[in-house]
Design a protein around this ligand. Structure first.
Ligand code: ZN
Length: 258
């Protein structure tokens, strides 16, 4: 079965900023989708903020195994109904790859529960991305490290929960370090955060970056069946018959609280 990917793009600076337009004339989402499509295991669609329901309807999300997310200046324009829908799909088993300034997206904050704030500097400095686990599927084909010739500095402290695994750590010319590749599991879904990708540099045209994101799509794909939340409020019958002991908050047949 192919992996069905939806590449979501905010598509604002891609339309309004001449530097970004020059690097990504068809929008960053199309550049990302184009390199993912080179992998025979992947089929790929795009969705953007400006579409109805931001291009993330129930039908599209149901037919998505892995969602990639790039946003920067319009996080607040993403409506909560769509964010909640994406969260439900992740909990069921859909993979999520959050890229670069998506650290402040509503969906990332909702899944992680912290502020996700960090240090930053836009100075076009070199970023050296070090592999922390050369045996992890996301680092397949990557040497000990690779360099992004011009990057935006993202630095610690990165206000995120302790990850399941720290896959990459980046060093910047100006001296800072940053946990630039992190994995999480939420419900039945896998999440990967990958920080390189500032829009005024041609980072998504770089081969190593493309390899990491392609590997991450394969790692994030759902395993097994979806996990649906079937909570209906009713008390569960015991597997083995028991007598009711002690006082109860709820009467017979009364629903639980949520
Ligand atoms: Zn940036």
């Amino acid at each position: 079965m192919p992996i069905r990917v939806t590449v979501w793009g905010e598509n604002v600076h891609d339309q309004e900023n001449d530097v970004v337009k020059g690097i990504y004339p068809n929008g960053m989402h199309n550049t990302i989708a184009d390199f993912l499509r080179k992998d025979p295991e992947i089929i790929c669609k795009t969705a953007i903020l400006q579409q109805e329901e931001h291009g993330l309807t129930e039908e599209i999300l149901e037919a998505t195994d892995v969602l990639t997310w790039w946003g920067h200046c319009a996080h607040k324009q993403v409506v909560d109904e769509v964010v909640n829908r994406v969260q439900q799909r992740i909990l069921q088993g859909m993979g999520l790859i959050v890229l670069h300034s998506g650290h402040f997206s509503k969906i990332f904050g909702k899944m992680l529960g912290t502020t996700c704030s960090l240090q930053w500097r836009e100075a076009g400095e070199t970023e050296r991305v070090w592999v922390c686990n050369p045996g992890h599927p996301i680092t397949k084909g990557i040497k000990r490290y690779f360099e992004v010739p011009q990057s935006e500095m993202y630095g610690e402290p990165f206000q995120v929960p302790t990850p399941e695994e720290n896959i990459f750590i980046s060093w910047f010319e100006g001296g800072e370090v940053f946990r630039s590749g992190l994995t999480y599991k939420r419900g039945n879904g896998k999440i990967f955060y990958f920080s390189p990708g500032h829009e005024t540099y041609p980072i998504y045209h770089q081969e190593d970056i493309q390899m990491v994101i392609t590997n991450a799509v394969k790692w994030c794909r759902p395993e097994g069946d979806n996990w649906f939340d079937k909570f209906d409020g009713k008390p569960t019958d015991p597997v083995i018959k028991i007598d009711i002991k002690g006082p109860r908050l709820h009467g017979d047949g009364q629903s639980g609280l949520r």
